[in-house]
Write a protein that binds this ligand. Structure first.
Ligand code: MLT
Ligand code: ZN
Length: 460
């Protein structure tokens, strides 16, 4: 250990795994954004809460920044370490600690993957309902740090609804035991909820107690082809009124083309500008008849051009892949991403303004739209033309994001629906949060982390 501070840390915690190999610094210093060059001081892989606490205290003594790190599947640069920080990877703290059948809670360490949480819940005949495509790699600590959403929000809400308790090491090194699994607790500020979505700037999650629930009734998956953008919300309101929706997701023909080129299976003969994948409760024949009636109504109104109902689990998975495979199919192109939301009622008007803005401002770029339209959440992924330099591409996208942020502000929306602010959207926080609100957020950060060692430069 050539760095005296690291040598001290290693002396304090003889069992702590510390990595300083260039390949490790690179691997743990970046997330799925791939935009910044990682340059952390070292990587610490604690195995227990006491080690995390000692690391945070050591960081305070030496004024060393810490980047808490989970599966690093984040899309906003929240887990990027590029200024000599110590990355604290929670990946070794990945166990299920307890299941309580009466409370229906699962207590886990932060480095456990979302998939492992799903499996543990399923083994108890229950589900943890937050779900999205990165389930196999993302960690629950990271989900909590960004209040992750995904494809089931329409039925179950965001991560925030499913966290019954949290143990957290604050920026000053205190171990906080927040809410302790209580359903009712009207005893002052809910610091657990404050931690959720704080992007590692207030504390490091070292344990989470998650709420589980009953599995949903049997469901059916349908792919719909739509002739135009207006049809999206028209079909949504009919389907929401008639069916009990578990998911309602949309994508465009451009998105489908990328997934098909990456192994996705075509489900319909024709090409249509918009598609919806929806999943709904289908307990009996009657539910399916209602769904087909809603579909027929959409066809008669001219809102639906074609449709496919999954005939097997394999076909349902193939239909879902058309939506869930988008991020992976675009990843090699390192898209510039917007992740925005407006109230559901504001979606139609906002979509129109956004479409003309994007057509006007990005005449030469390929723009891929998709997302959780039933939650008012849209993903815009912009692809760089090969000949264009990266810096020039980013600067053009930033210009458009500024205009998009203004449009969102007029519609009362958010510049980050579910990916977090991180590094990517810092400059646009004011479009979503008022000046007084941001000042209070900064004040809170100061209270929890007086020396500013936790994930500095992220969020603000
Ligand atoms: C998704 O919903 O697939 C991701 O959150 C969106 C993205 O990769 O931009
Ligand atoms: Zn998403």
């Amino acid at each position: 250990m050539t760095d005296a501070r690291l040598a001290e840390l290693a002396g304090l915690l003889p069992g702590l795994r510390l990595l300083t190999d260039p390949a490790d610094l690179e691997h743990y210093g970046r997330d799925w954004t791939r935009r910044w060059t990682p340059a952390p001081l070292a990587i610490a892989l604690p195995a227990e809460v006491a080690e995390v606490q000692a690391i945070v205290r050591w960081a305070n003594t030496h004024h060393i920044a810490i980047v808490p790190s989970g599966g690093r599947t984040g899309l906003s640069g929240g887990a990027v370490a590029m200024h000599g920080e110590l990355v604290v990877s929670l990946e070794r703290m990945n166990r299920v600690l307890a299941f309580d059948a009466v409370d229906r809670t699962l207590t886990v360490q932060p480095g456990i993957t979302l998939q492992a949480v799903h499996d543990a819940a399923q083994a108890q005949g229950l589900i943890y309902p937050v779900d999205f495509a990165a389930r196999g790699s993302c960690s629950i600590g990271g989900n909590i740090a960004t209040n992750a959403g995904g494809i089931r929000v329409i039925r179950y809400g965001n991560t925030r609804e499913w966290v019954a308790g949290l143990k957290v090491i604050s920026g000053s090194g205190e171990l906080l035991d927040l809410n302790r699994g209580l359903i009712k607790n009207s005893s002052g500020y809910d610091l657990r909820q404050l931690m959720i979505g704080s992007e590692g700037t207030l504390g490091v999650v070292v344990e989470a107690t998650l709420r589980l629930t009953e599995p949903p009734p049997p469901s059916q998956v349908m792919l719909l082809a739509l002739p135009d953008m207006d049809a999206l919300m028209q079909v949504f309101s009919v389907f929401r009124a008639k069916l009990s929706l578990q998911a309602f997701e949309f994508f465009t023909d451009v998105a489908q083309r990328h997934v098909l080129a990456h192994g996705g299976q075509r489900a319909m003969d024709g090409d249509y500008p918009y598609y919806v994948v929806t999943e709904f409760d289908a307990v009996d024949e009657r539910a399916m008849e209602t769904a087909l009636a809603a579909f027929e109504h959409g066809v008669e109104q001219g809102w639906i051009s074609d449709g496919v109902v999954a005939q097997s689990d394999a076909q349902a998975a193939a239909l879902w892949r058309l939506r869930e495979g988008i991020t992976e199919s675009l990843a090699p192109r390192r898209p510039y991403k917007n992740d925005i939301s407006v109230r559901i009622a504001a979606v139609p008007a906002f979509l129109h303004e956004m479409q003309s803005l994007l057509e006007r401002e990005y005449p030469h770029f390929e723009v891929v739209w998709f997302g959780h339209i039933g939650d008012g959440n849209l993903h815009i992924n912009v692809l760089k033309p090969e000949a264009l330099a990266e810096a020039e591409f980013i600067s053009q996208c930033e210009h458009v994001t500024k205009l998009l942020a203004q449009t969102l502000q007029r519609h009362g929306g958010s510049i980050s629906a579910e990916h977090g602010i991180g590094l990517v959207k810092r400059a646009y926080l004011e479009s979503t949060r008022g000046a007084a609100e941001i000042a209070l957020m900064r004040g809170l950060r100061q209270v929890f982390d007086p020396q500013g060692v936790l994930n500095p430069g992220k969020l603000f």
